[in-house]
Design a protein around this ligand. Structure first.
Ligand code: 5AD
Ligand code: SF4
Length: 477
């Protein structure tokens, strides 16, 4: 007779924040599954709940402690449930998390993702645990999220971390403090990983890094220091070309480039590599030279617009998106007018707008006497939204009548009678389909209508079936 088998533990991961975090969540899920766990669909049936936190903006703390408060009541009912907090906020607050929420079983930081299962096992035998590695060990490439075994099935898209950390020092940004200095993953490994993903049926990859245009700078410098006669050249452009040439990869995206480091070589690689999508996310943050200087961004509004014009001149039908912060300390009405002007001049397809949020440990958080009052920020925020939506709508209306390639993402969230696809320019298109289309299907859709945040269309034809197997969901926060 066989031994009774203990049922597999069920995990649920809630992700707060950026793509880097979502990617870390996928990797944690991969490690858990390699350890025999299975995905839960809900907190109520989860044995292990991971909150993968972000601390880039606003009330991440409130969000975390609010969610933890709710989970405490679940844990009171089911004391066996294990609670894990990971990510940026864990990296930043460290012991503070278990001081405020002593019922949390495990806290680990952004540099410990690769140890997720090991730490979970330790917390089971040793009791509640906080483990925060302070930095990534450059020589140990196994520490990179992407380099870890992910015994999971892939969807039609995958994120590939090409670089972690950031060597810049934008005055508002906590990332360099929580993610550390820039470290690039070796070129060949990345290309190999993308080839493996393509082999598993992935057709679209997004290359991730805080400042992708400086990808490889550390690698070339290290090679030079070791005495190699290497030419210092922009490796990112080469990477785009090589990844774009991988058999089976039909779409390559990347995020984010820093405007100061956006090189003509990158633009040329985008223009000349058919798989690289016609979409550039170029975070501007502000349109005022004074504010940009105070932020230490390293470019002026004029220089930014020049780079944008150069990119548009080279890459046909390029969609451009951005990030803008409203209410950076010391931002005057005049500074804000410059941001409105830049937003109008840049003719963005869409933009993420953020209200400035002081992050302890950053330079701008010290500029307390220059903080902009909340009501002033709120008003500016609304005015900016009007300008951005106007240009988004104009861009989208310009697409009416075109037939575009879309990749199916699933049923429309708002209207389950419609299917949603994503165009190469990263726009969502909702359209009707008589037959259900599997996620990852390629189709041609004629754009029939436009709104600021999406398009509507008519299915012309299905052009390719997906090649991947079913994806295991990771709940988003
Ligand atoms: N306050 C508001 N927005 C911020 N961002 C980063 N840090 C802050 C902050 N402290 C925004 C920037 C960045 C995006 C990822 O988040 O616009 O590009
Ligand atoms: Fe933060 Fe600036 Fe680095 Fe982006 S480039 S991660 S905004 S410090």
């Amino acid at each position: 007779m066989s031994e009774p088998v203990e049922p597999a533990k069920r995990y649920l991961i809630r992700t707060f924040g950026c793509q880097m975090n979502e990617h870390d969540s996928e990797r944690i899920a991969g490690l858990f599954e390699a350890d025999g766990m299975v995905a839960a669909t809900d907190v109520e049936d989860a044995d292990v709940v991971v909150l993968n936190t972000c601390c880039i903006r606003e009330n991440a703390d409130n969000k975390l402690y609010g969610t933890l408060g709710h989970l405490k009541s679940v844990k009171d009912r089911r004391p066996g449930m294990e609670l894990v907090v990971s990510g940026c906020l864990a990296q930043k607050d460290q012991d503070g998390i278990r001081e405020r929420a002593p019922y949390v079983d495990l806290v680990f930081g952004t540099h410990n993702v690769h140890q997720a299962t090991e730490l979970l096992h330790r917390s089971r035998t040793e009791g509640p645990l906080t483990s925060i590695l302070t930095e990534t060990v450059a020589a140990d490439h196994e520490l990179f999220p992407s380099a870890m075994p992910a015994h999971r099935e892939h969807g039609h898209t995958a994120w590939v971390t090409i670089q972690i950390g950031c060597d810049n020092s934008c005055a508002f940004c906590i990332v360099p403090a929580v993610r550390g200095a820039e470290i690039s993953r070796p070129f060949d490994r990345l290309v190999h990983e993308v080839a493996e993903l393509a082999g598993a049926g992935v057709t679209e990859v997004t290359l991730l890094g805080q400042n992708v245009n400086s990808y490889g700078r550390d690698l070339t410098l290290a090679a030079r220091q070791a005495g190699d006669d290497v030419r210092v050249r922009p490796l990112f452009a080469d990477l785009l070309r090589e990844v774009g040439a991988v058999d089976g990869i039909r779409r390559v995206r990347y995020t984010s480039p820093h405007p100061k480091d956006l090189r003509p070589e990158t633009i040329a690689a985008m223009a000349e590599t058919p798989a690289v999508c016609e979409h550039l996310h170029l975070p501007v943050q502000s349109g005022s030279d004074r504010v940009l200087a105070a932020m230490h961004r390293g470019y002026t509004a004029e220089r930014y617009l020049e780079k944008l014009a150069a990119a548009r001149a080279e890459i046909a039908d390029l969609a451009v998106t951005t990030d803008i912060i409203v209410g950076f300390p010391g931002e005057t009405d005049d500074d804000f007018e410059r941001t409105l002007e830049l937003a109008a001049a840049a003719e963005y397809d869409s933009a993420y707008t953020f209200i400035y949020s002081p992050r302890t440990g950053t330079e701008a958080a010290e500029m307390v006497d220059q903080f902009v009052p909340a009501d002033v920020i709120a008003e500016r925020f609304e005015r900016l939204k009007v300008v951005l939506e106007r240009s988004a709508l104009a861009k989208h209306r310009g697409r009416i009548g075109r037939v575009e390639e879309v990749v199916v993402e699933g049923l429309s969230r708002k209207d389950q009678a419609l299917t949603t696809g994503r165009t190469r320019q990263n726009k969502l298109v909702h359209f009707a389909s008589a037959d259900p289309l599997r996620v990852g299907t390629f189709a041609e859709v004629e754009v029939t209508d436009a709104a600021p945040h999406f398009l509507r269309g008519r299915l012309v034809e299905v052009t390719a079936a997906p090649r991947h197997r079913t994806r295991i969901p990771v709940a988003a926060g």
